[in-house]
Structures are given as C-alpha cells and as structure tokens.
Design a protein around this ligand. Structure first.
Ligand SMILES: Nc1ncnc2c1ncn2[C@@H]1O[C@H](COP(=O)(O)OP(=O)(O)OP(=O)(O)O)[C@@H](O)[C@H]1O
Length: 258
C-alpha cells in the first residue's frame, strides 16, 4: 500500500534532466513472432509536453505500457526519472508507477461505486509519496482534491454526484484530477480526447497542459488527431521511429501481393 522510504526520496529527473529514456528497445508480445516495438531511442525531458501520433497498430499502447513498467522489453533499457525499471522487482515497479506517473485512459477507468472525491484520491490510497505531495498542496487530502477539481472546472455542485451521472467531458476531467493529484512527475494520456468534439478537446487540453506546466509534470499525450499536435513542444510520429512497424508493413504488403 505505501511507498518504501527509499522510494519516497525525490525522483525528479535523471542526472541528464530527462524524465523518460528508452534505449535500444525490442518488445514482442507473448505468442507473437514479430516485435511490436523496436526503438533505438525515445526520450522526454522533465516538464516537456510531447504529442505521440501513429496509425492503429503502430505501437502507441505498447510504448505507454513500457513507460509504465506494465510490460518489460526483451531487450533494451527503460529509465524513468533516472531509475532503470528492469532493476526493480515487479511489486516495486508497480509502486514506482503509482508514485511517479499519472495515467489518463481513453475510457477514463473511473470506479463507479466511489464518489468523485474518492476517485480523485485513489492514487493517494496506494502511494505514500503521492499522499505526502498532495498534503503539501492542501490542509488535508480533501482540500487538495477539491482544489484540483475546481481548477479543472468541476463545480462543487457536482462533487457529490455518482460518477455515472457525469457527462463524458466531466468524467474526463475527474480522470485528469486523479492523474494529477500528488503531483506525479509524468502524466501519460492515452487518447483522452477521442470522445469529445473539437471545442471540448481544446478546452480539455487547455486545462491539462496548464496543470502539467504548473505542477512541473512532463506530459506524454497520445492521439490520432494531428490537429492537436501544434500545441505541444514536440511531435513524435511513432510509425517513423518504430522499426517494427516498418517491418510489419513490409510483411503485410508481401502477403497481400503473394
Ligand atoms: N496484448 C497483446 N498481445 C499480442 N499482440 C498485441 C497485444 N497488444 C498489442 N499487440 C500487437 O502489437 C502491435 C502494436 O499494438 P498497439 O496496441 O501498441 O498499437 P496502437 O498504436 O496503440 O494501436 P491503436 O491505435 O489501434 O490502439 C499490433 O500489431 C498489435 O496487434
């Protein structure tokens, strides 16, 4: 449930100032013959906001799972805030993830039987590091959560509603508050705007990018929608850097022409 003292020490960046470093990665899903991801180099500086694009199957979710330490590469190195993930046993890797990375998923993954406040505070239940950092932002955890909800434009009248009675846009902002609580150094957002119309996408990104900038978090934002890319420090087209995607395309073309 709680972080070990060693992991409570600050892990803000690596010595080189990078929040995420992936080197010489090869990852193949179990039962598959060809790798899903082959990357020479992918890195993200502290506080940097990066947009990751790529067609379906180009490896976006695989990349995010590697960054979160949910899967481990067969070859290569994943370093988060200077910590090599392969050096951590699985349980410590899980704890490291909840301490330092806030995730926003496409489906939000809110827990329907918990109140909005309890949904937001969930990471603080699992991470003493996040709990401590949240307490630095408010007199108590509730105040830290309500401050975030307010800054994400969720009015107090909504806080007592079941999450199932919120609009998609409101649920998404609750999911963002849950990712941001306790100021994790990295926010990973996987297609969080795909269910919204264009105006709401922009509005959500305004809030998310502002909160990340304020808390000093680096942001990894995955989307198909290239119109959003110009708002970011950098665009990474995954199909261009993932050699496995090239190899798979070539194999598909060969099969189609046979
Ligand atoms: N759990 C899994 N088991 C086996 N193969 C998988 C698994 N997850 C993904 N793959 C394969 O790995 C490759 C990359 O998939 P991934 O889901 O990372 O792509 P993506 O860019 O996120 O796609 P999408 O935009 O459709 O979500 C694909 O060929 C996919 O079929």
């Amino acid at each position: 449930m709680s972080s070990s003292p060693a992991l409570l020490s600050s892990h803000t960046t690596s010595a080189s100032g990078e929040a995420i470093v992936l080197r010489d990665i090869v990852f193949t899903w179990p039962g598959q013959q060809m790798p899903a991801l082959e990357l020479d180099n992918f890195s993200l500086r502290a506080r940097e906001q990066v947009f990751i694009s790529g067609p379906s199957g180009s490896g976006k979710s695989t990349l995010l799972a590697l960054i979160g330490g949910i899967i481990a590469p067969q070859r290569g190195r994943v370093e988060i805030l200077g910590q090599a993930l392969q050096q951590l046993p699985a349980a410590q890797r899980d704890r490291f993830r909840v301490d330092h990375i806030g995730f926003i998923f496409q489906q939000f993954n809110l827990i329907p039987y918990l109140s909005i406040l309890d949904n937001v505070l969930l990471p603080c239940q699992f991470s003493a590091y996040r709990r401590q950092r949240a307490l630095q932002q408010g007199a108590d955890l509730k105040q830290a959560a309500t401050a975030l909800l307010r800054s994400l434009d969720l009015a107090p009248a909504l806080w007592t509603r079941p999450v199932t009675q919120l609009s998609i846009g409101q649920q998404q902002r609750v999911a963002a508050a849950r990712a941001l609580i306790g100021q994790p150094e990295i926010i990973v957002a996987d297609e969080p705007t795909s269910a919204l119309d264009s105006d709401r996408q922009q509005g959500f990104l305004d809030l998310l990018q502002r909160e990340c900038a304020q808390s000093g978090a680096a942001l990894v934002f995955v989307s198909h929608d290239l119109r959003l890319a110009q708002r970011f420090d950098r665009l990474v087209a995954l199909e261009q850097i993932n050699r496995a995607a090239h190899a798979r395309d070539a194999a598909d073309q060969l099969e189609a022409s046979a």
